[in-house]
Design a protein around this ligand. Sequence first.
Ligand code: ADP
Ligand code: MN
Ligand code: MN
Ligand code: MN
Length: 349
Amino acid sequence: MFSCAEYIWLDGAKPTSRLRSKSKIISIEGQASLSDFPDWGFDGSSTYQAPGEKSDLILKPVNFVDDPIRGPGNYLVMCEVFTMDGEPVASNTRALLRKQIEACSADLDPWIGFEQEYTFFQDGRPLGWPKTGYPEPQGPYYCGVGKGRVFGRQIVEEHMVSCMEAGLMLFGINAEVMPSQWEFQIGYRGESGETADPLTCSDHLWIGRWLLLRIAEDYDVVVSFDNKPLAGDWNGAGTHTNFSTKAMRDEKTGWNSIKSLISSLEARHHKHIENYGAGLEQRLTGIHETCDLKTFRAGANDRGASVRIPNNVAEMKCGYIEDRRPGANCDPYVVAKLLLEAVNEGRAL
Ligand code: ADP
Ligand code: MN
Ligand code: MN
Ligand code: MN
């Protein structure tokens, strides 16, 4: 049977890669597997990834899910980008994460969960805002309900159902503090038999972003992943990243492992800030539930910290940490890679 596979990849835009995709008609019999999706090519000179005289690049399928938009029998296919010589291109950050995972011990068993915040815009203003002036100040909007409290619910609902139909590791959604700002979470959700490994969850976050952009097209709405989509007394948008290893989750080794990771994150603060998304200094100001860029602070139940230890984790002395620094425009492959690197360095401390 013929079906449609949407090949998705990251382009070479700087400072922030954006999503690209194109469709391929393929014939798949029965249950699809990764090997059903052949390597493909594209013009890298049109995606900031190659010079014109050497423009052909390779798309290598690395993960796939059901396509909830085109329906049963169609697929969304995540790809890595390689040169004709088989080398990963500079923007192929997934290859870096793969390499980092190889450098980790097999019993690390890391789990990750991303909280992706984003903001809807239409006609140059946040969706649903008055044509002139501003809505009432922040306060009533976070997890709000009702007209004048939430903006864009229909898109958010359609996106949520699409993520579920695709089989993404969707954890949940909520309306955010700034009106027309929302969040969806991808990652660990406590189901046995499910792996929340960084590679799968990062793939799913990118596919979740793709679905959001694609669905919002139908509503004539722009999705912004800017860290500070609007200046002034409006919250920025981040991608809080929740992370644990087997040793952190174990009640015997948990607290020591958590402390060792936090010291390592403190020592590496600058490196993480540099790589957690462009324009982070506009969001990490020390107000609007953030810690300022220059300071590293870890604390239990502290939403003004760089790294928060959730209350129940501080009580149980085991579990996970929340890195609150990554921006909404961060690359989850890079964030996951740096967290794994920090674990390895922490062990050496
Ligand atoms: P917040 O209270 O910061 O808004 P959310 O409810 O939005 O938190 O998201 C919680 C996140 O924590 C989810 O992304 C989930 O996958 C993640 N998470 C929960 N437990 C763990 C764990 N043990 N290891 C890693 N991530 C976890
Ligand atoms: Mn959240
Ligand atoms: Mn949030
Ligand atoms: Mn959070």
